[in-house]
Structures are given as C-alpha cells and as structure tokens.
Design a protein. Sequence first.
Length: 510
Amino acid sequence: MDELAALKASAHEGPDPEATRRQHERNKLTAHERIGLLLDEGSFTEVEPLRRHRATGFGMEGKKPYGDGVVAGWGTVHGRTVFVYAHDFRVFGGALGEAHAQKIHKVMDMALAAGAPLVSLNDGAGARIQEGVTALAGYGGIFQRNTRASGVVPQISVMLGPCAGGAAYSPALTDFVFMVRDTSQMFITGPEVVRAVTGEEITHNGLGGAEVHARSSGVAHFLHEDEENCLEEVRFLLSLLPSNNRELAPARSCDDPVDRRTDALLDIVPAEPGRSYDVRAVIEEIVDDGEHLEVHAGWAPNIVCSLARLDGHVVGVVANQPAALAGVLDIKSSEKAARFIQLCDAFNIPLVTLVDVPGFLPGVDQEHHGIIRHGAKLLYAYCNATVPRVSLVMRKAYGGAYIVMDSRSVGADLALAWPGNEIAVMGAEGAANVIFRREISAADDQEAVRAQRIKEYRSELMHPYYAAERGLVDDVIDPRETRSVLVRALAMLRAKHADLPLRKHGNPPQ
C-alpha cells in the first residue's frame, strides 16, 4: 500500500518540482489544479494514472513518467457527471504520444457510452516527435471520436496553453472553445514556419492568440483574462446544457415572475427604424433575472447569440444587433447564427428569434466571398431545426433577411410582432424609388411626389397589421407583455415532436 501511494503521489506531483514552479511562473495552473477548479470538490475519479509510454530511442527509454502527460477521468459539475482530460505541460510539454492518446480515446469513449459532456483542458505542444507517426495516428483517433460524439454529447475545449499543428483541429470539431488572453494560442503553422515560407514576421499571439480567435477568426467562442474565471464560466455553460441529445437542458426554479411586464422595452427600442440600440438590453429585459450567456460576443457582433432561461427553462436567443452594422446579415453573422442554431437543435434547446433586420450587407466583397452560400447556411439551419421556434419582429424585417430570420414561411411555430413592425420586400423609400421611378423623374417637384408615394407605399403594404391580416404573423402583441407571451408559447411547445424525412444526412451549404 505504501508503494501504491508513492506511485500515485509521483503521478500527481509530476516528475520535477521545478517544472511545477515554471508552470506557475507562466500564470498557468497544473492539470490537477485545473480539474479541481472545473469539477465539484472531491468528485474527480482518475483513469490510468499509472500509464507509461513504451517508446524507445532518442532517450525516451530513460524518461517514463507516470500518466504520460495527460490526466483523464470523470467527476461532477453541479452534481451531473462530466468527463475531462487535461494535458500536463510539465511532462514532455504536454505532447501527445501513443499512450497519451489512448488515455484520451478511453475517456472519450466513456463519455459517449455514458451520455455525458466531455471537457478537454488543452495545454500541449502537439505530436510527440520522438514517437513519429504513431503520435499522428493518435490524433486521428481523437478526431474520429470528436466527430462521432458531435450532436450526441456536448464537447467543450478549453485552451490554456499552446495548441499547434493538427492538434488544433480537435477543438475546431467541438461545440465550444474557450481561450485565455496571453497564455493560449492556436495555429496550424507557427510563426517560424510562416516567416520561412512567406517572410512575414509575427508573434505567437499575433498569429493565433486568444484575441485573434475571439474577434477575427471566430474560432474561439469565449475569451477570458485568467484560468479561474474561464473555468468558472465553463461550469456555468454546462449548467445550461443537457448531458446528451436524449435529454432536455436542466430546468431550475425561477423567482422572476412569469407575467412580469417588460415596460422598459418601450424605451429601449426606438420607434424610428433607423435609430440604433443595443439588443442585449432587450434580451436582459425578457429573460429570467436578466441573465444570459452570449456566445461569440467578440465575433460578428451584428448578430447576438445567447443561452438564457425563460421561466427556468433554457432557451437559445438569436437577435439582430442594430448597434453593429445596423443589424444587417453578412457572411460572418450568418455563419455564427447558423452554427448556434444547429447546436440548439442538436441538444433540444428551444429557439427565440428577435428580428430587427434591414437586409443583407451589400457590396462586392460580400458577393465575391460567397454571401449567397454563407447566407444559405443560416436558412438551412432554421429550416432543418425541429426544436420549438418562436420569432418576434420587433421593428423592421426587409427582404430575404426577413425570410431567413425564422419567418413563418420557413417553419417558425409561432411568428409574433410588435405594433411598430415593418415587414416588407424593402424599405418604403427604396420601394417608392423603384415603383414610381418614371413618375418621380417626370414631376416638377420630385421631392414632393417622392414623399407622397413613400407615404402611400407605407400605408398600403407596410402598416403593422399587413402581415397579420395574411396569416404570416400569428399575433401583434404589446411589447410590455413580451416575456409572458414567450413563456406561454414555449410552455405550449415543450412537447413538440417533429420528424425529418428519412435520410442518411442532409447536404448543407458549405
């Protein structure tokens, strides 16, 4: 028993106290410290803590630390089972070898079999060069399991150090990626390779740091200043997700009254369609206790995607953001929302769509980079979603963007609107200029004629009840009753069941 205790202590403490000190000097925690922050206290059960590699050559036969550079097992978060593996940078720089990979494969298989979320705490230097192609094969097994688990159990990647080369594809295959400013990086080819091939000079953080992936590439969903806050938010995210695709997200009791009037919405959203406002204030007014977790907050800010609760039940909120690019849809925002919708649909999370969209972003750059293809991703995601879906037009909804934002015609279960809504092919000014172009150009007083025709078009085709009269909107509601109307609608739809046609899988636009 003394020998066993000594072996396990050695595996836990790492091969060298100096390595632990260096890890802390980098403002980084050890693998066990990170797992301790993620999981409920005392709940962690480790698997294969005494595993060692079998490699020989290049001095490897003399270096066989227990655990082989990764800590793996399961525990609980808020009382629910969660599987986790964490690279130990103190051992071979967290590099992946054969034994290391097999430990990860085991815990991934266990997560899928048990129907529980999987969290990876990444801090590794990539494939272990001394083990050659067997290390690369280990990554292949991880990628295959990431793909097999996609849409079955939630997968969360937490980047707490470097992640280079092929290793970066595993986080890209998961549902959420967390990064910590200054300490985590992801890239396929490092700065040295970039310099050698292209001559470009760039730092590790400038190439693939947390800020880059949170704001420019869209790879990172969440950005944090330190590991402690990052892991605390991972715990919060897990509280909003079901354990697997056969369950609903955990509900909780709610002290926020269901019938609470949302009077502030009358002031938050201006009546004038061209005036800006922050749609996050609308979300906070509607959801339980004003609390929501925004996904991809720094990327494609012209659309907001958040997880929140209504009457204690988790919902996904998709909302146009007039405070950024006037809330238009473009390539990035279409991709962002499509991915979020697919996540919610995979894990049985109802969707609430808040619409205030002037259209798609015009421009040569957007057309040449495939706005048609990327916008179709958003359309496909909504049309394919079978979870309860409620859309609300708060102000304007023009053209194809109105259709794409979960209109009744693409399958929304309930389509609602506020009294100030403008639903039309385009704005009244643009429509009048097209329809009455000749009449306006021939008039002596062109501005007077244009103003008159704009007024006529708005009164005939854009009044607040035009869509409701034709059954395209189920009801026009008082903004102050928005919360109670949404709660009642989602309660009615909670038992919704919808089947898609029998097929192996769809072929969504890419």
